[in-house]
Ligand binder design. Structure first.
Ligand SMILES: Cc1cc2nc3c(=O)[nH]c(=O)nc-3n(C[C@H](O)[C@H](O)[C@H](O)COP(=O)(O)OP(=O)(O)OC[C@H]3O[C@@H](n4cnc5c(N)ncnc54)[C@H](O)[C@@H]3O)c2cc1C
Length: 456
């Protein structure tokens, strides 16, 4: 106490500088960054969270925004409001373009943000296996803008088919190809099939949306390769019950505005959804550090960078080996647990407690197929059909951030379950010229008779 009093007196008399809070900069407020920030809330660190969006998005439900089941606001929350009660945390809206490791500075547009400890959690983006030109024809699903763009493309395809005179072109408009048989591809294919066969079935006069072809193309020999084989088979059967055509062992060899090529075979399709590959964010380049083939930064057992114990890389951006020596998968629980671990590690280092190695607790995995079927593996327990779907729904509601979002999603799902309806069938974000680009008549002035869009 005497030593402490002496130090306080020295600080008060100006003879000694007050102790500086250690500056932690977290780049990315996805699952990983946000978990780290929450763990460091109300601690002795001065924390800055930088993100290029002002919201955190719950990516596992993005496919429902893309297929008109939910609206973007149902699955997103403002980062500032999530962290508002943590007075030691400030939020900066900016796009980070680099890190000066030697100067310990993050470059975020016109700002240079200094750090003592840096946590990079910038996630991943789509990868087209070296065919970046496919991106224009086969959009992927990663951000809110991707989901609303896909929703527009999907709904517009039906609108355009309704007024198309040419039978071949109409067939192509009513053909949807989903590339990639992982959880996102399976979920997208099931949701498009249900949208066409149930929600839109009675809304058109010239076309029958129930005749829509949904084709799920997978390069591997089975769907959901990370699941046990029996669950892959059940997922395939559930999709086939929804009339989704599952094409296995079929790597895509070309993508263009008119469809896809699978080896020598061509499928004419106006809408292609890319769910086949991801690449880590460019954090590896910023740090000039070693990465794996997917661009993920190789980190040590405590998730820090070799030779830079002050830099941590977590979530989808990191390549961290699991107990079996294989890289951990890019899923939300890994990201969340890594964020929590780094937060705890930093707090513990203040109290000199040791917890130096990250251990992933794997509670299982799930994927849903349509509005009442799913597959789930929880340790040795394997579930499918309705019980798995109930579990999947409960888990997603539980992990959604915000009471309002949880309530809205539950009500939407109940409504959809009972009525088959999709409440957010809005075609948004198009200028007149863009509509014309897609072969649609431009919107008319207010007061004139408007071009009908489907549903609410
Ligand atoms: C469509 C889809 C469905 C999925 N479904 C599931 C599922 O069912 N179950 C599951 O466990 N996982 C699922 N995942 C994977 C899961 O969402 C990711 O593993 C998880 O989001 C990774 O968290 P993260 O924090 O590493 O990255 P993200 O959640 O992607 O967050 C990265 C953050 O960094 C920000 N950022 C990126 N670059 C910059 C920059 N340069 N400057 C500033 N900010 C930047 C972004 O805006 C974002 O907020 C799905 C992913 C997708 C895309």
């Amino acid at each position: 106490m005497r030593a402490l009093n002496r130090r306080v007196n020295l600080v008060n008399s100006g003879q000694v500088e007050p102790p500086q809070l250690r500056r932690v900069v977290i780049v990315g407020a996805g699952f990983a960054g946000l978990a780290a920030a929450k763990e460091l809330g109300c601690s002795s660190f001065d924390v800055t969270v930088v993100d290029r969006h002002n919201y955190h998005i719950f990516q596992p439900l993005l496919y429902q925004v893309a297929t008109a089941g939910l609206s973007p606001a149902d699955i997103a929350s403002p980062i500032r409001s999530i962290l508002s009660s943590q007075k030691n945390i400030r939020v900066v809206l900016a796009n980070v373009s680099g890190v000066r490791v030697d100067e310990r500075v993050v470059i975020a547009e016109d700002r240079h943000i200094p750090y003592d400890i840096l946590i990079l959690a910038t996630g991943a983006q789509h990868a087209y296996f070296g065919h970046e030109e496919w991106a224009a024809h086969a959009p992927g699903l990663k951000r809110v803008d991707d989901a609303t763009y896909l929703r527009r493309r999907i709904l517009l395809a039906f609108e355009k088919a309704e007024s198309e005179q040419d039978e071949v072109k109409r067939r192509a408009l009513l053909t949807f190809v989903v590339v990639g048989g992982g959880p996102t591809g399976v979920e997208m294919a099931g949701a498009i099939a249900e949208l066409a066969r149930k929600a839109l079935a009675a809304d058109f006069r010239r076309i029958d949306p129930r005749s829509t072809r949904v084709i799920l193309v997978q390069a591997a020999s089975r769907l959901l390769p990370s699941f046990p084989e029996s669950l892959s088979d059940r997922a395939r059967h559930a999709l086939q019950r929804l009339s989704v055509e599952v094409q296995l062992d079929q790597p895509v060899t070309a993508c263009d505005a008119d469809g896809v090529r699978l080896g020598e075979r061509r499928i004419q399709a106006a809408t292609i959804v890319w769910a086949a590959g991801v690449m880590a964010s460019p954090a590896g380049r910023w740090l000039a550090s070693e990465t794996d083939a997917a661009g993920r930064v190789k980190v040590g057992a405590d998730l820090s960078l070799a030779n830079h114990p002050e830099i941590f890389v977590i979530g989808d951006t990191a390549c961290c080996l699991g107990a079996d020596g294989k890289p951990l998968p890019g899923v939300a629980p890994v990201a969340k647990q890594q964020g929590e671990f780094v937060g705890r590690l930093l707090k513990a280092s203040e109290n000199s407690t040791k917890e130096r190695a990250f251990h992933y607790r794997d509670y299982g995995m799930m994927a849903t197929i349509g509005r009442k079927s799913a597959v789930a593996q929880l340790g040795r327990i394997r579930l499918s059909g309705m019980p798995a779907w109930v579990l999947w729904s409960a888990a997603h509601i539980y992990y959604l951030i915000g009471f309002r979002n949880r309530m809205t999603v539950v009500l939407n799902w109940l409504w959809n379950y009972v009525t088959f309806q999709r409440g957010t069938r809005l075609i948004t974000g198009m200028s007149g010229s863009r509509m014309e680009d897609m072969g649609m008549p431009a919107p008319m002035e207010p007061g004139a008779t408007t071009t009908p869009v489907s549903g609410a």
